[in-house]
Design a protein around this ligand. Structure first.
Ligand code: AMP
Length: 403
């Protein structure tokens, strides 16, 4: 099976060849023919399955005939990093074409986006908030839109983007092709699909795909010894690039500092950093200049970095699904990877859920030369009083769920 079977416009061959795609992935094999037929599509697939090319190739094929310099396709995605990644896939697969795409997201200046929109682009890859601004200011004109992609719909729901998406939909022609991708289908997403798609075909790729190339290990540890255990693990393990997940952006920031103090080259990726900081953190990590990155789920969602050998869940994810997403960052492109999860007794329920979804019991590991019996200090190691609700100033509490 190869890409010729799709009868894609021959101008796409250069990009496919340069990307070194030999065989379509399962989601591509299923979705591309449906999309090329102009049908609406619901794809159950997470990042790492090749889903980006599954919608980008049919879009490029379609845009190669018909008018240029007007926005004919819109891809809406939850995070800036994902928007950038999709834009890069469009650029590389569209190498042999003149099709232009622009990314539209907040946290960076609007001028370059406005200029690109003014000059005329065929594809917009956007996060919802900034796109709405550009629509309201009439910089983005979607009246001629032919194809809409809602990518990572469940994550957009989690991030509170649904109202924005509904507002955007009012500016888009009803007569269009719509593709919706989501890893899970809570009721709100089913409703959105029912309202926005017309007689869609469904394609599904199982959630547990990365498991085949990833080894999972749980490291039970008392809560107060997590950091020491992590540092021990880092010294004992032969790693390439390491991605560490924390539950909140504050914890990501703090842990990165603590790891740096132990002499590692470390960066962090979370919503409290500026877009410039996020971009340069990611760049250094991708290029291997920074060995360790500490991130939150949302910031690291869908990142496509080949060299990640280890994903470490410093904090347990909120859902089993988030676990799958996190470990999907390693073991990519047929490489092998390892997923370490630090678990405290509070995490028992979640461990059971993950084991159920993975259909396997995950091995528990203890480090022979680690003292698990060190008592909990009265005050945390940094000397400050423990943050009980009483002594925490109300101004220092996160205003919304910290990510
Ligand atoms: P995605 O799920 O879209 O983030 O893609 C995950 C990774 O798989 C990206 O690095 C893609 O470049 C790569 N990829 C996508 N399709 C193929 C293919 N048919 N053959 C090999 N690699 C692919």
């Amino acid at each position: 099976m190869n890409f010729n079977q799709f009868n894609l416009d021959s101008r796409l061959n250069t990009g496919i060849r340069q990307a070194d795609y030999q065989t379509p992935t399962p989601i591509q094999a299923q979705a591309i023919p449906i999309a090329l037929n102009g049908r609406d599509l619901i794809g159950t697939a997470q990042t790492g399955t090749g889903k980006t090319a599954a919608f980008v190739l049919p879009i490029l094929h379609k845009l190669l005939t018909g008018p240029s310099k007007q926005t004919r396709a819109l891809i809406i995605t939850p995070t800036r990093e994902l928007a950038e990644q999709i834009h890069q896939t469009i650029t590389s697969l569209g190498k042999g074409t003149n099709i232009r795409s622009v990314t539209v997201f907040g946290g960076v200046g609007a001028a370059a986006q406005i200029e690109a929109l003014h000059n005329g682009v065929e594809i917009i890859v956007a996060c919802p908030g900034r796109l709405l601004d550009h629509i309201q200011n009439k910089y983005a004109r979607l009246g001629k839109l032919e194809i809409l992609v809602l990518d990572e719909a469940d994550r957009m729901l989690d991030m509170g983007f649904l109202p924005d998406i509904k507002r955007i939909l009012k500016h888009i022609p009803k007569q269009r092709q719509t593709m919706l991708f989501s890893a899970t289908f809570p009721q709100e997403i089913e409703q959105l699909a029912a309202q926005t798609l017309h007689n869609p075909e469904r394609v599904a790729i199982g959630l547990v795909r990365p498991a085949h190339t990833v080894t999972h290990t749980l490291y039970p540890v008392p809560h107060h010894l997590k950091r020491e255990l992590l540092l021990k693990l880092l010294t004992q393990t032969d790693t390439d690039s390491v991605l560490i997940f924390t539950r909140t952006k504050h914890r990501a920031q703090r842990l990165a500092k603590q790891i740096a103090r132990s002499g590692y080259n470390v960066t962090s990726l979370h919503g409290n950093r500026t877009q410039n900081q996020r971009t340069s953190a990611l760049k250094g990590f991708k290029q291997g200049k920074t060995q360790i990155m500490v991130a939150t789920d949302i910031a690291a969602r869908g990142l496509d970095i080949d060299s990640i050998s280890h994903v470490i869940n410093y904090d347990m994810p909120d859902t089993a699904d988030a676990y799958i997403h996190r470990i999907g960052r390693t073991g990519r492109a047929k490489r092998t990877g390892e997923a370490f999860t630090l678990t405290t007794p509070d995490d028992d329920d979640m461990v059971r859920k993950i084991e159920r979804i993975m259909e396997q019991l995950l091995p528990r590991q203890t480090l022979p030369d680690f003292d698990y019996n060190v008592p909990k200090p009265e005050y945390p190691q940094n000397g400050r009083k423990s943050k009980s609700r009483d002594n925490q100033k109300s101004t220092s509490r996160p205003k919304h769920r910290a990510r």
